[in-house]
Design a protein around this ligand. Structure first.
Ligand code: GSY
Length: 183
């Protein structure tokens, strides 16, 4: 835990969620609940849920994708390991790299941190090419974020005309859908 003076530093980070096997919506909601139940993580904002055509290996079911903004006292690698643990707890077994999955939790951004390590690259190295990430990310990204303008332009273009196979599937009021929220 990083302390600045007497205050604990909390980073703002963005996590992409995706599912294309089983009860996709339930898995996304369970993932958010699990993330928020960690004492060192708090879910701040939740994007719409988008149904998206598979990209890369296309012979697989459509995905539900979304992005959440969190605040956390965990350092980037610890946060990554925590997310991998949550994937396992939600039944994710890593078979094929690009194949179907019950749940995928990808760390996209962590404050303005740039890092390139074997385990983790930040910002996420493929996020700017993935409309299924940029469209929901735009829903929750702070206007003041340095990448906001570029992401807004790409996300708007991707949604126009529905050519990229991304459609808003549902919006949720996550706090209402989960446990009572005490502020
Ligand atoms: O890490 C991304 C998993 N994935 C997805 C996804 O989440 N959504 C869509 N639409 N296509 C994808 N291809 C892969 S791999």
């Amino acid at each position: 835990m990083q302390m600045v003076g007497q205050f604990e530093h909390k980073a703002e980070a963005y996590i992409a969620l995706g599912s294309n096997i089983g009860d996709r919506e339930e898995l996304l909601l369970e993932a958010i609940q699990l993330i928020d139940s960690d004492p060192d993580i708090r879910a701040l904002r939740v994007s719409g849920i988008y149904e998206t055509d598979p990209v890369g290996y296309t012979d697989q079911p459509a995905f539900l994708n979304m992005v959440i903004a969190i605040t956390t006292s965990l350092k980037p690698l610890k946060l990554l390991h925590t997310l991998l643990d949550f994937e396992g707890r939600l039944g994710r077994i890593r078979h094929e790299r690009w194949g179907p999955r019950t749940i995928d939790l990808d760390l996209l951004l962590y404050d303005n941190v740039r890092m390139d390590q074997e385990e983790l690259t930040l910002p996420h190295p493929r996020m700017m090419e993935r409309s299924f990430v940029l469209v929901p990310l735009h829903d929750v990204l702070m206007n003041s974020h340095p990448l906001h303008e570029g992401i807004a332009t790409t996300a708007a273009a991707a949604l126009q005309g529905g050519k990229e196979g991304i459609a808003l599937w549902k919006t949720i009021n996550w706090r209402n859908a989960s446990e009572p929220f005490e502020s």
